[in-house]
Design a protein around this ligand. Structure first.
Ligand SMILES: CC(=O)SCCNC(=O)CCNC(=O)[C@H](O)C(C)(C)COP(=O)(O)OP(=O)(O)OC[C@H]1O[C@@H](n2cnc3c(N)ncnc32)[C@H](O)[C@@H]1OP(=O)(O)O
Ligand SMILES: O=C(O)CCC(=O)C(=O)O
Length: 362
């Protein structure tokens, strides 16, 4: 499965956001260095900014630079003007969205897809197709699309409203797999149920060829599968980093967020400042011996950092080990006094705690 990062388009679509062109270009470069296969950098018909960003990134990135386009000639022309490598033509296929987002029939939507895809090819770009709201669409209509667009290299099924869980998504994909080669199917998922990352992994396990992801889940409503979560979970579960340089993951994601002026909640998995920090006495005592005892992966493998801290939560076992490292006595009385000092001065990191032990007890 390859990863297409959609941060620059989905993130820019969030209420109140207006990323500057330079910010998007800087973020796109960081994603390219990280090694994602595709960067969906914008929606050119929305304005000159995205035309400029896509043009700049397409000229210098290894990754395919993707422009979004509705199935209308003006959108495709704007994407061609931007000189995108790939033009992602999208349109709804569910009854609900055909009626309320488009006011047209599925037959007319498919005719618009035909014309838009031809226009992309005539303009010299590669067409991809996203079937919007695909997971609330009958299987027969999805099969019709895969059949009708057999020459489109990638057809993405969008869980546009984030309504699927891993089991239901897997069930839908397995049902399609009887008739469709899922390696030419992608998934575009949303996190409304908090399942987007798990759904991306379920899609990988089902055999899909591409998943859209975004840094820190930036995107419409609850966002998309987090790039960093999909990669770390892929490595932990399957030994698979989906083509990105795992050791650069955390710095690259932080650079993207920094460029875009986005902050991240401290408790957010992988990237949050507090999620690789440990203070509980039972945990730190074990982790001083072997960090794997209380962590699912070494943060250093992804360019992050583990931090053990010592203070009010430290127990006797951890304190004894720290005193030992400092060459200080480890009898019960020294341990008790040292624990009082840690509680008063903490939280201290490991080096600071050892230094305190050395200074006052060795
Ligand atoms: C599922 C997604 O997340 S797709 C990405 C959504 N992103 C955005 O909307 C980005 C911000 N949007 C915008 O700047 C504007 O909405 C624009 C420039 C895209 C379009 O603006 P407008 O031309 O004023 O159209 P509007 O926003 O009202 O869009 C609805 C029109 O698009 C049509 N439309 C919607 N989706 C599609 C589609 N996939 N293919 C073809 N036509 C479509 C609707 O039928 C409607 O047409 P109508 O104007 O003839 O009734
Ligand atoms: O596939 C895409 O990138 C556009 C569709 C989309 O954003 C969605 O359906 O949520």
């Amino acid at each position: 499965m390859y990863l297409a990062d959609v941060t620059l388009r989905e993130g820019d679509q969030m209420p109140g956001r207006e990323y500057a062109a330079e910010a998007k270009v800087r973020a796109g470069r960081a994603l390219d260095r990280l090694g994602v296969d595709a960067i969906q950098a914008g929606f050119p018909v929305t304005g000159e900014k995205d035309v400029q960003v896509i043009g700049e990134l397409a000229a210098e990135c290894e990754a395919d630079v993707v422009a979004l386009a509705r199935a209308v000639s003006g959108d495709v022309d704007a994407a061609l003007d931007a000189e995108a490598d790939v033009i992602e033509v999208f349109g709804p296929v569910s009854d609900l969205q055909l009626e309320y987002a488009l006011g047209t029939s599925r037959g007319s939507m498919f005719e618009q897809f035909d014309a838009a895809i031809d226009r992309v090819r005539d303009g010299g770009a590669t067409p991809h197709l996203t079937l919007v709201d695909a997971f609330r669409t009958e299987r027969e209509h999805l099969l019709e699309a895969f059949d009708r667009y057999a020459d489109v290299p990638m057809i993405t099924l969008a869980d546009t409203v984030g309504a699927r869980t891993p089991a239901s998504l897997r069930g839908d994909l397995d049902a399609l797999a009887a008739d469709v080669d899922l390696s030419r199917a992608g998934v575009h998922l949303h996190d409304d149920l908090g399942c987007a990352t798990a759904n991306a992994l379920a899609a990988h396990e089902a055999g899909v060829g591409k998943a859209d992801v975004s840094v820190a889940s930036l995107g419409e409503r609850a966002g998309n599968p987090a790039l960093e979560e999909v990669v770390v979970a892929g490595v932990v579960e399957h030994g698979e980093s989906f083509g990105v340089t795992a050791s650069e993951l955390v710095p690259a994601c932080r650079e993207v967020l920094d460029a875009l002026g986005e902050s991240i909640p401290p408790r957010k998995a992988i990237l949050g400042s507090e999620v690789t920090e440990h203070e509980s006495g039972i945990h730190t005592a074990a982790m001083l011996r072997e960090p794997r005892a209380f962590e699912p992966f070494d943060p250093g493998d992804f360019g992050g950092e583990r931090r053990l801290v010592f203070g009010a939560g430290t127990g006797r076992s951890g304190a004894r080990q720290l005193l030992g490292r400092a060459g200080a006595p480890t009898d019960d009385e020294t341990v008790a006094v040292y624990l009082d000092r840690l509680a008063a001065e903490g939280p201290l990191d490991t080096e600071e705690a050892v230094e305190l032990a050395r200074r006052e007890f060795a």
